[in-house]
Design a protein around this ligand. Structure first.
Ligand code: GLS
Length: 808
């Protein structure tokens, strides 16, 4: 029995699944039940579950062809998909059977699920967003491919040695990845360097000096109940020649293996920088490698069924996730001109008809720029075309004698500006929250926006409520289902129904009980994995995200220290008992972020050792924060810290996950916090600090952090304690650079916002004292989160950007 039928049966009878697991264990893994390890059981279960996805997957493909649907190609350097087994089981609706089947084999389902390594093919929000979008595209029925890189090593593992971050390589692929299918027939040669020649017939050909193969690996992405299954296609780099025979025969095995090693380097590791590009040649090669392979693949698919390549935009919508795949513009033009014989102008129109670009950050240092000489060396034909695109854009927007501002030039100051290239090559450009889109129009893309006023649109980010509510928070999910019935999993607006229940004492109690269940689970998790003991009745106050100065983990820990000082000075002051939890990695080359990690751990060490305050304050920093840790932390949070310098966090998506799970937010008016406040209401969120416009104004007026410190005795005290080595007696000078920066520069306005933050935290303390009111606010955070479902986001893209069907 196969396919949809098997899936339907698997939902009603666990026997089939049990047999399938047993068969896979025996015949795919080659183990008996007696000899099977936990990993073997996981492989067998994963394979059995994967089998259930395959026929719906083919069925989806048949429908796409039958209906000749326009497809979306989501190009992203990062897909932070995390674990897949639990998610697939949840989406297919077979959890009870999977549990029962494993139980019959005498194996603990939770341990099996927990054995799966995270697929950490991304750094943070941008990569996780791509993963949520995959889930939603399959759930709402958008015909889509995700295209990315099959990194051999995902984001590094973080350890702490004496409180310092240590990075260790991540190795998820050392075990078989049971979800993927290798597609040996889908392999494309990708060139680098070499020369561009003019042929006698007038055609231009690029003759690369070096060629690497891009080999496809497909992972099916089932949507809710397996009704629609899209594909995540990841490219792995392979050498054209496995080894060089000549040095091999001489016995020089190293030299013989060199070509393969070099080629494979391209998909070896994920660059561990979030929002701050490194500008390394290998990174440029990675970008071109996966973009070129993806475009060739989609053009091949189009040409196989359609005659006229000029109609490409009718069937193809490419989304560029940030500027990383921005080379898609020139590459698609190259394919159309050099391989399909179109004139440049027409080719550019066709390419622009297909391409769309999402901007994810406004920080000037985050916008990719590639030196022109590097581009000429690595991608000579593309560099020619970039010049053509730049010229054509100039001609179409400016009269010959009119000066062109630098801000609308793709090539400027010896660099190719990838943001401008992406903007000019795209039919639509979007920001990721209302505030961010507005700032895009007013800042980085001001002049381009003036030239193309219809191009920028907003698509506020969202997160999948399957993984981030139904999956990670069964306690709350079952309460919601009781209250509103099933259906909210794919129509999160239904949760609105619980808003009036915020005034129902019985419902509030059950809501709080679900929260307490999750807090108890987190307490156990911290004990079991890290031997950390926390009080599960205290407020769980959580900041989890990449460590970055603009996200201001520093302000959080400074405030914790100030609160500690105050508790000691005034033992009867009404501080709510709190566990302040931090989680997140710093880019290995980001010295200040690593120093902030050390400071959190140093202050934590001092504060946690203080018997006087132990009942009110604990600071916890579990290492190696990742997607699966987030799934444990978020459901257990009472307070969500979203405290970035206003105007700097494009959207945030953690903020949405927390609110969905009934945490109250303390935050600035930044990114999607603004839209969260609009929905939960002013009285159910703690907003403080300067607005984006006020930040800009303060900077323009010559902001002086030392004045802010002088005006705040609490802040001054903490800064002095750090400077004098109170938290680092073994090395009092440790924080010199950090303190100097705070006193003399403080670009991210920690000092300017400190007092407002301290005051907002005291409001939080006061609110916590009234458990009923707190629970009411928590319900009113979950209720209006429909807006932040990535299903809503994807429907928005489908309608306003891609112009594709969203229909299962
Ligand atoms: C980011 C932004 O920093 C986040 O605010 C945003 O939520 C995310 C997804 O749009 O994109 N940009 C980036 O480079 N990394 C991110 O997480």
């Amino acid at each position: 029995m196969h396919g949809l039928q098997a899936l339907a049966r698997a939902r009603t009878a666990s026997g089939d699944l049990e047999n399938a697991i047993h068969d896979h264990l025996l015949y795919s893994i080659g183990k008996t039940t007696a000899a099977a390890s936990l990993a073997d059981w996981r492989m067998a279960l994963s394979r059995a579950v994967r089998d259930l996805v395959v026929d719906p997957w083919f069925e989806t493909t048949r429908r796409i062809y039958a209906e000749d649907r326009k497809r979306v190609y989501y190009l992203s350097m990062e897909f932070l998909i995390g674990r897949l087994l639990e998610d697939a089981v949840l989406n297919l609706g077979i959890e009870d059977h999977a549990r029962r089947a494993m139980y019959r084999f005498g194996v603990n389902y939770d341990e099996v699920v927990d054995d799966e390594p995270d697929a950490a093919l991304g750094n943070g929000g941008l990569g996780r967003l791509a993963a949520c979008f995959l889930d939603s595209m399959s759930t709402v029925g958008v015909a889509a491919y995700g295209y990315g890189i099959r990194y051999e090593h995902g984001l590094f593992k973080q350890r702490f040695r004496e409180g310092w971050q240590i990075e260790q390589p991540e190795d998820w692929l050392t075990q078989v990845h049971p979800w993927e299918f290798q597609r040996s027939e889908s392999v494309y040669p990708i060139g680098f360097g070499g020369e561009v020649r003019q042929k006698e017939d007038g055609r231009t050909v690029w003759e690369p000096a070096e060629t690497v193969l891009a080999a496809a690996y497909d992972t099916p992405v089932p949507g809710w109940r397996g009704r629609w299954v899209n594909t995540l296609r990841l490219w792995s780099a392979q050498a054209t020649q496995v080894y060089d025979l000549e040095p091999f025969s001489r016995g020089d095995y190293l030299a013989a293996a060199a070509p393969a090693v070099l080629a494979e380097t391209i998909s070896r590791v994920l660059y561990p920088d979030d929002s701050t590009p490194q500008g390394k040649e290998l990174r440029l090669k990675q970008e071109f490698f996966f973009t070129a392979a993806s475009l060739r693949d989609l053009v091949r698919r189009f040409v196989a069924h359609h005659k006229d390549i000029r109609k490409l935009p009718e069937k193809v919508a490419v989304q560029l996730n940030d500027t990383h795949p921005a080379i898609a513009g020139p590459e698609l033009v190259r394919i159309l001109v050099d391989e399909h014989g179109l004139e440049f102008d027409e080719a550019f129109l066709v390419a622009r008809g297909c391409l769309h670009y999402t901007n994810h950050t406004l920080m000037p240092e985050a916008l990719e720029r590639w030196p022109v000489d590097l581009m000429w060396r690595v991608l000579p034909r593309h560099m020619q075309l970039i010049e053509r695109i730049d010229e054509a854009h100039a001609v179409s927007t400016h009269a010959a004698n009119q000066p062109r501002p630098d801000s609308v030039k793709i090539i400027d100051g010896g660099n190719v500006r990838m943001g401008d290239l992406a903007f000019i090559s795209a039919r639509k450009v979007n920001g990721v929250s209302a505030l961010h889109t507005d700032l895009m129009k007013r800042t980085v893309f001001r002049d381009l926006h003036a030239l193309h006023p219809d191009r920028i649109v907003n698509q506020t980010n969202g997160v999948t409520p399957r993984r981030w509510l139904a999956g990670c928070n069964p306690a709350l999910a079952s309460l919601l289902t009781e209250a509103v019935g099933h259906g909210w999993e794919t129509d999160l607006e239904q949760l609105k129904v619980i808003a009036p229940l915020a005034d129902d004492a019985g419902f509030r109690t059950r809501f709080s009980k679900a929260k307490q269940t999750n807090k108890d689970l987190l307490t156990k998790y911290l004990k079991a994995k890290l031997d950390i003991t926390v009080d599960p009745t205290a407020m769980f106050d959580i900041q989890i995200k990449r460590i970055h100065e603009y996200k201001r983990q520093l302000m959080n820990i400074l405030e914790a220290a100030a609160a500690w000082n105050e508790m000691k000075r005034n033992p009867s002051a009404p501080f709510a008992p709190r566990v302040r939890i931090f989680g997140g990695k710093a880019a290995p080359g980001y010295a200040m972020a690593k120093l902030i990690i050390k400071l959190i751990n140093d202050i934590g060490r001092t504060v946690n050792a203080d018997e006087e305050t132990r009942d009110r304050l604990a600071i916890v920093y579990p290492p190696n924060y990742n997607v699966s840790m987030a799934e444990v932390l978020i459901p257990a949070a009472d307070l969500s810290e979203q405290i970035s310098t206003a105007g700097m966090e494009a959207s945030g998506t953690g903020n949405m996950k927390f609110a969905m799970n009934g945490a109250l937010t303390i935050g600035t008016l930044d990114g999607a916090n603004v839209e969260i406040r609009e929905r939960v209401g002013d009285e159910n969120i703690f907003i403080f600090g300067k607005t984006a416009d006020e930040v800009t104004e303060a900077r323009e007026q010559g902001y002086d952090p030392s004045a802010a410190i002088a005006a705040s005795p609490r802040l001054a005290e903490v800064v002095e304690q750090i400077a004098s080595g109170l938290f680092s007696p073994e090395d009092p000078e440790r924080y010199r650079a950090l303190v100097d920066n705070l006193r003399g520069h403080d670009w991210f306005m920690v000092c300017a916002d400190f007092d407002a933050y301290y005051a907002a935290q005291r409001e939080v303390d006061a609110a916590w004292a009234d458990k009923n009111a707190w629970a009411r606010s928590a319900v009113l955070n979950t209720a209006p989160m429909g807006w932040f479902s990535s299903d809503r986001t994807i429907r928005g893209y489908a309608k306003d950007v891609w112009e594709v069907d969203a229909r299962v």
